[in-house]
Design a binder for this molecule. Structure first.
Ligand SMILES: [Zn+2]
Ligand SMILES: [Zn+2]
Ligand SMILES: [Zn+2]
Length: 160
């Protein structure tokens, strides 16, 4: 299970540090690969990281438009695609929304615990689970391409 960031989803913490860490890591990762983390892409990443709740593309656009008045949906989708391509954010399929990755730079598909009450979403990165899914697909002679594991329920705080 990912230690960094994951357990913070539903706890009071200094979220500014989460954002700063994420942006710093993103800059390092992109610099290392020669990928262009433009100010606009960085801004979009910052918006996605505004909380530990997945953010929809139109919410990103609303916020982006405050500083980038010419931003349109394609601007946002291109930036989101770039950030996904670099492994900096994940798409939460069941919510059609985006979440900052807590293990950016490490190859994984990510598994998510989504609170249906407060929306806090925790990423767990469990290599054993990924391997089990890969093996199950292989045994079924299925050429798996995309793995989506999204568990909805109640986070510790909402369940209490
Ligand atoms: Zn945080
Ligand atoms: Zn991740
Ligand atoms: Zn909750």
């Amino acid at each position: 299970m990912a230690a960094r960031g994951a357990a913070q989803a539903h706890q009071t913490h200094n979220h500014r540090e989460c954002i700063e860490d994420a942006l710093k890591r993103a800059r390092e990762i992109c610099a290392g690969r020669g990928a262009q983390l433009t100010p606009l892409r960085e801004k979009v990443l910052q918006i996605v990281w505004r909380s530990h709740k997945p953010v929809g593309a139109y919410d990103v656009l609303d916020e982006l438009a405050r500083s980038h008045k010419s931003a349109r949906p394609p601007t946002v989708y291109r930036a989101l695609d770039f950030l996904m391509g670099e492994g900096l954010i994940h798409k939460i399929e069941s919510l059609n929304a985006y979440l900052g990755c807590v293990e950016a730079g490490a190859p994984h598909s990510g598994q998510f615990l989504i609170c249906r009450q407060c929306g806090a979403t925790e990423e767990i990165v469990d290599a054993k689970l990924e391997t089990a899914l890969d093996q199950a697909a292989k045994q079924a002679h299925f050429a798996g391409e995309r793995k989506v594991v999204e568990i909805s329920g109640l986070c510790a705080r909402c369940a209490a």
